[in-house]
Ligand binder design. Structure first.
Ligand code: URA
Length: 205
């Protein structure tokens, strides 16, 4: 079970936490980003799925997992018999970090400090939603939730303890699946993500 983080300006509700996150100036990522991308789903969700940070599409739309990685995640969830709309979908970091390259904005992984600054908001989401199980998608989410920055290989499919007092199943990030070149490897990683979503969902019921 999640515990409430300590601070003088502690939001009293999930809505207040969201309003606070929309104004967040805890790190520099808010400057170039279009907007804060807060989590989405039923506030009573038993399963929370945590990605790394919003991508280009998410930054523009203000919603998590609506771009290419989100399509993979949502399809994998449905394949596992899980309605993604019944889960709380969020990210370790709530602003898009990128390098401008011409008209493109190239994704950059958040660093540890940025993840630590944003952990405040993730802690509030956990405290108000109180999911029975959390699925960490990729290394940034795994680090945000556990404080453990060990490599993903060897951790995927394992349950670890969150810094907030709950359990988290570690899985691949859907963008990682998009990057795997070898088709057999890619299919394996996708099957593992699908399996992990199903396992996490069952553990949350
Ligand atoms: N990748 C993530 O980690 N989160 C999103 O919301 C979109 C892409």
């Amino acid at each position: 079970r999640a515990t409430m983080p300590q601070s003088p300006e502690l939001p009293a509700t999930l809505e207040e936490a969201c309003e606070g996150a929309l104004q967040c100036r805890r790190c520099g990522l808010c400057e170039p980003a279009t907007q804060t991308v807060w989590g989405e789903g039923p506030p009573t969700a038993s399963l929370m799925m945590v990605g790394e940070q919003p991508g280009d599409r998410e930054d523009l739309e203000g919603r998590p997992f609506v771009g290419p990685a989100g399509q993979i995640l949502r399809a994998a969830a449905r394949e596992a018999g899980v309605d993604p709309e019944q889960t709380w979908l969020t990210n370790a970091v709530k602003h898009f970090k990128f390098t401008p390259r011409g008209k493109l904005r190239l994704h950059q992984s958040p660093n540890r400090q940025e993840i630590q600054h944003c952990r405040w908001w993730l802690g509030l989401e956990l405290a108000f939603i109180q999911p029975r199980m959390v699925l960490a998608l990729g290394a940034s989410a795994a680090y945000a939730l556990t404080g453990n920055s060990a490599p993903m290989a060897g951790r995927r499919g394992q349950v670890e303890s969150t810094m907030h007092g709950g359990s988290v199943l570690i899985s691949w990030h859907p963008s990682y699946i998009l990057r795997v070149k070898d088709p057999a490897e890619r299919a394996k990683a996708l099957a593992e993500l699908t399996e992990d979503i199903g396992t996490a969902w069952k553990a949350s019921r």
